[in-house]
Design a binder for this molecule. Structure first.
Ligand SMILES: [Zn+2]
Length: 212
C-alpha cells in the first residue's frame, strides 16, 4: 500500500480524534500529527512509501519532505538548546523528517532513521520521558527489520498504543493514545486489504491475513 494512502487515512483518523478531544489548536495539531505519523510508522521498516510508480509530485516530495524535516529538526534543536524544549515542535519536526525518510531506500536511509532515533533517545533521557524513550527505541530498531515483519503485528500495535498512553500522561493531551493507536491500526488494516496481507500474529502464527 502506498505511503500517501496511509498518510491520508491517518490524517482522517487524526481529524476525528481532534474533533473528539482537542481543546485548542496546538492540541488538535498534535493529535493529527500523532495519527498521521502513526499511520506511516509501521513502514519505517521498508522502502514502500511513494517508491512505486513515481509521479512528478511524489518525486518532488521525496526530496522536499525530508529536507524540510531536517531543517525543522535543526531549527527546533537550536531553539530548544537556547530556550528549552516543548513537546509539540520537537514531535512535529521529527515526525516530518521521519515521514520524509520513509520515502528513501537503502543503508544510508536506515542509518539516518536510526540516527534520528538516537537523537530522540537523547532528548528522552534529558527530559526523563519514558514515552519518548520507547519511541526512540522503535525508530532506532525499525529500519533494520524485515519489511512487513515485526512492525506489522498485533504486539507492536499494542506496544505503540501503550507508548501513546505514556506520552498522553506525560504531556497531558487527552486523545493522544487513541490517535496513536488508531493511526497505527489503520496502517495494518489497510495493508490487510493488499494481496500480500499482514501476519498479524507473527511469529506465533505465520498466516498472512488478507481481504480481497
Ligand atoms: Zn505497511
Amino acid at each position: 500500500m502506498k505511503g500517501s494512502t496511509h498518510l491520508t487515512i491517518g490524517t482522517v483518523v487524526g481529524i476525528g480524534a481532534a474533533l473528539a478531544y482537542a481543546g485548542s489548536l496546538p492540541h488538535a495539531a498534535l493529535l493529527i500529527t500523532a495519527a498521521s505519523f502513526s499511520a506511516l510508522a509501521a513502514d519505517l521498516d521498508g522502502p514502500s512509501l511513494l517508491s512505486s510508480r513515481l509521479s512528478p509530485l511524489s518525486r518532488f516530495l521525496r526530496y522536499a519532505v525530508p529536507t524540510a524535516g531536517a531543517l525543522a529538526v535543526i531549527g527546533v534543536l537550536l531553539y530548544g538548546v537556547r530556550y528549552g524544549f516543548t513537546p509539540l515542535p520537537v514531535f512535529a519536526s521529527v515526525a516530518l523528517l521521519l515521514a520524509g525518510l520513509t520515502a528513501k531506500e537503502g543503508f544510508i536511509r536506515n542509518a539516518l532513521v536510526s540516527a534520528v532515533g538516537t537523537g530522540l533517545l537523547y532528548l528522552a533521557w534529558r527530559a526523563s520521558s519514558l514515552g519518548l524513550c520507547g519511541l526512540g527505541a522503535f525508530v532506532v530498531i525499525a529500519p533494520w527489520l524485515k519489511h512487513r515483519g515485526m512492525t506489522h503485528t498485533l504486539w507492536v500495535l499494542a506496544a505503540w498504543t501503550a507508548l501513546g498512553y505514556q506520552l498522553e500522561l506525560e504531556w497531558g493531551y487527552p486523545g493522544l493514545m487513541l490517535a496513536s493507536g488508531a493511526g497505527y491500526f489503520s496502517h495494518l488494516a489497510a495493508d490487510t486489504l493488499t494481496p500480500s496481507g499482514v501476519k498479524w500474529f507473527s511469529p506465533l502464527l505465520r498466516k498472512s491475513f488478507k481481504l480481497r
